[in-house]
Design a protein around this ligand. Sequence first.
Ligand code: ADP
Ligand code: 5GP
Length: 193
Amino acid sequence: MGEEQTRGKIFIVSAPSGTGKTTILKRIVKEIPNLYFSVSATTRKPREGEVNGVDYYFVSIDDVLEMFRKKELLEWAMVHGNFYGTPVWEVEGKINSGKNVIVDVDVKGFMKIKRKYPESVSIFIMPPSIQELKERLLKREGKSTFDEELKKRFEKATYEMSFRDLYDYVIVNDNLDRACNELKEIILKNIEK
Ligand code: ADP
Ligand code: 5GP
């Protein structure tokens, strides 16, 4: 018989849209060995540079129905009018083979995953200010004024921030290097436990 495989750890990360979570997570995953990103399925259209199967599985409504039918979703939510869901295999498959996994979900997703995996470690990333969040949202979308889509994201941001105290850690993304280092320290400390 082989040695028993140690299960990997789950890190749940949430942040209001536009905070810089994706930027931070992409860096962290490159810098920490044996840390992988859980790729979600979404019906949202890809942004420039996003790759299917890497950033998200970009799927249709029919694909989503098929995933429900096959019970392939660990959790799901409608966010800003689009479907987002975590496939079971992205988390279970990875932790069962000893990989540590980062799950990037909204507040509802966090609550569902934390209930299923109470030992998981959760981190909420805050923008430095509401004004800066507005500017980052505009910058990312290459827009100069708020349209309906950006308004939806911004309104949800304020709501999501009110849940931050439920998380194990809260960090602020003011300076990108500092925020990355802080998240890296939290993850390494918990992997070594
Ligand atoms: P999220 O995944 O949280 O929605 P992104 O990672 O897409 O956010 O970042 C939103 C925008 O803010 C991007 O244009 C990104 O380059 C920028 N950004 C991220 N972190 C910082 C930071 N610390 N300072 C300034 N701009 C940032
Ligand atoms: P975006 O469209 O900016 O990539 O993501 C929008 C929001 O959806 C973010 O808050 C992100 O954390 C959340 N999200 C991404 N994937 C999932 C998922 O699989 N499940 C849930 N519940 N939320 C997700």
